[in-house]
Design a protein around this ligand. Structure first.
Ligand code: FES
Length: 152
């Protein structure tokens, strides 16, 4: 049985019908082809699926899509303004905040909230806030550098 769902994704209104058990992550990736948001663990452990709902970070793998009725979701695809990357995207490029890049969309979505919520006052504070975003390549110090750079 499917349910209607109306939400805004990256500024675009979307109306779909989905089964109640579908996660926001699967809605984004499999129904809407927004594959920038990654599936790492699918269990809330890695942060690869981090998106914003009404400006707050969430793990899309732990969020049932039906709970986003009427809300506004932002994914990595929604950050750039035309050809202009978001300042956090620019900073990750400048500071080599990735190697393989798989965790990067989630890292960037978390990083934006780190600053927005006032948790980027020191590198240690950034590391603490970002601790739910795992990077197997170990790019952590460059990620912290990128965030501290945007913070200034
Ligand atoms: Fe959601 Fe790992 S895929 S936290």
């Amino acid at each position: 049985e499917t349910m209607p769902l109306n939400l805004t994704i990256n500024g675009v209104k979307q109306s779909v019908r989905i089964e109640p058990r579908v996660t926001l992550l699967d809605l984004l990736r499999e129904r809407l082809q927004l594959t920038g948001t990654k599936k790492g663990c699918d269990h809330g452990q890695c942060g690869a699926c981090t998106v914003h709902i009404d400006g707050e970070r969430v793990n899309a793998c732990l969020t049932l899509a039906v709970t986003t009725e009427g809300r506004s979701v932002t994914t990595i695809e929604g950050l750039a303004d035309g050809d202009n990357l978001h300042p956090m995207q620019e900073a990750f490029l400048e500071h080599d905040g990735f190697q393989c890049g798989y965790c990067t969309p989630g890292q960037i979505m978390s990083a934006i909230c780190c600053i927005r919520e006032g948790h980027a006052n020191t590198p240690d504070e950034v590391r603490e806030y970002m601790s739910g975003n795992i990077c197997r390549c170990g790019a952590y110090s460059n990620i912290v550098d990128a965030i501290m750079d945007v913070k200034q």
